[in-house]
Design a binder for this molecule. Structure first.
Ligand SMILES: [Fe+2]
Ligand SMILES: [Fe+2]
Length: 369
């Protein structure tokens, strides 16, 4: 069941709710629409109001009055005043979390939920090396930064992208692609998971192909940016459970051209990164989009990214479909002969099979390390 996130200004709360939504299902509701007697609360309630505004505090006091005592209230603080934590405490807040929450804040919520239910947490935290959890947080936080910078017309954070790609490649040298995908699974949002999965698989694939560290990093950077055009789309559309309408599909398809446009406007990214963002949905037989390129018009880095992108979508779990086992997903790639480059698909096999769940595939984990 989703965690309830109450806000007196859902627009202001969007980043906090989206960050928490990476790890936990969130349901955002306007504070004035909330009625405690109308819902059966099982989890802590997250409350985001202006804790320095007397009127907002009074409104929250009224709205939160009927929340049962066993359900914790967790307040978002924005560092506007030292009085915020005291004010949260006065409103019955069990804990506070910052306006840009981190994974540890999500864990805090899980623990409070477990306490409220008098038992174990119902969100498992898999045993994944700490370095991968940290790297996954860093890579996923790029999405928030993309969203903020594009929305405000600022340049994209190239330095942060380079750091994240270095961190990812280094982490994969000491661990495995399967462990990386396990770390990624702990993020709730499909869109964030997809970016992380593609980045990890692209790094692992190019390492396995024998690329130099510099070339692995080039491709990793492009992988991190490949769907940047999705920043203009609401996360509710990108993470929509169930089938998309044809209009929604058409809207999502605009992300490739839009992503290239954003990157072209920003002189900090290479032509290769722009090429991958624009063309990673092109297919060798000309049936892809946005330009219907075919054959030699599709560059090698794009061919690599297309394979990784399709495979990532197949092995990920969505609310309307189970995660496909890696070997079945790989078979689909083989069946796409004529659309994907067969030699590259063949070279991808060890990475694809090594990406199988840690538990089922211990023997193959080191294949790409
Ligand atoms: Fe895409
Ligand atoms: Fe993608």
């Amino acid at each position: 069941m989703a965690f309830l996130f109450l806000s007196d200004d859902p627009l202001r709360s969007e980043i906090a709710a989206r960050r928490l939504g990476q790890w936990l299902p969130m349901r955002v509701m306007h504070l004035t629409d909330f009625c405690a007697s109308g819902v059966h609360l099982l989890s802590p309630v997250i409350v985001d109001i202006d804790l320095t505004d007397g009127e907002a505090i009074k409104q929250a006091k009224d709205a939160l009055r009927d929340i049962p005592s066993g359900i914790s209230k967790v307040f978002i603080t924005r560092g506007k005043s030292r009085a915020e934590p005291y004010q949260a405490d006065a409103l019955g807040g069990a804990q506070t979390i910052p306006s840009v929450p981190r994974r540890s804040d999500a864990v805090k919520l899980i623990n409070l939920r477990a306490q409220a239910q008098g038992g174990r947490a119902d969100f498992a935290v898999a045993e994944v090396p700490q370095v991968l959890l940290h790297t996954a947080d860093e890579v996923s936080s790029l999405h928030d930064v993309f969203y903020e910078t594009v929305a405000s017309g600022q340049p994209l954070p190239r330095a942060q992208v380079v750091c994240a790609s270095e961190l990812l490649a280094e982490s994969l040298k000491d661990t495995s692609i399967a462990a990386w995908l396990e770390a990624v699974k702990q993020h709730n949002s499909y869109t964030y998971r997809h970016c992380m999965t593609v980045s990890g698989l692209a790094a692992a694939f190019t390492m396995n192909l024998g690329f130099s560290d510099a070339d692995v990093q080039r491709i990793s950077i492009a992988a991190l940016m490949h769907d940047v055009g999705k920043v203009k789309m609401p996360i509710s559309l990108l993470d929509k459970p169930g089938k998309l309408t044809s209009e929604e599909v058409a809207e999502i398809r605009t992300h490739a051209a839009y992503g290239a446009e954003i990157l072209l406007d920003d002189a900090h990214f290479s032509a290769e990164v722009v090429d991958i963002a624009r063309h990673h949905h092109e297919l060798l037989d000309g049936s892809g989009y946005p330009d219907g390129l075919s054959g030699k018009a599709i560059s090698d880095p794009v061919r690599i990214m297309t394979i990784v992108d399709i495979f990532s979508a197949l092995i990920d779990k969505r609310s309307y479909k189970k995660a496909m086992p890696a070997k079945d997903a790989y078979k689909i790639l083989l069946d796409m002969e004529g659309k994907l480059e067969l030699a590259l698909v063949n070279a991808f096999e060890p990475v694809a099979l090594a990406s199988q769940s840690i538990k089922r595939n211990v023997g193959l984990q080191r294949a790409v390390a």
